[in-house]
Design a protein around this ligand. Sequence first.
Ligand SMILES: [Cu+2]
Length: 160
Amino acid sequence: MTSRRSFLALAIACLCVPLADATEAQVAVDTPRIAVSDAWARATPPGLDLSSAYLSITNRGSRADLLLGASSPVADHVEIHRTLMEDDLSRMRPAEQLPLPPGATLRFAPTGLHLMLVGLSAPLHEGKTVPLVLRFRDAGNLTVHVHIRPLGATAAHHGH
Ligand SMILES: [Cu+2]
């Protein structure tokens, strides 16, 4: 009797484990863990082959992730920079890999973090979009469309 009961308990436990896994996997696929909004970059003036891109990255998952880097097919390479004030001068410094805790939002804006598109293969024209690939440790590669705004643009335009 006792051994039969424990066999039943084991059988139920074995049934339950794969079911629980399947549910978890489904949630992970259905729910985007990383959300990107307001991706934009400035149009380039003639003769300049670099520009800055700005966006907001939110971790909607339950685990921390890390932004490792970025790239774009229209640029030789993309650098993560941080603008700092040193001796009353605004300077750019390369940023390290950026942690993204659950629920946190990384904001790239003209006065702080930005992505430098270095060695553009063609000028960036206002009104167009260019692809940007963000590389995360866990979420992998995420491609976003960066909207090109006028040369003098300083803030994200909130249009819906
Ligand atoms: Cu920079």
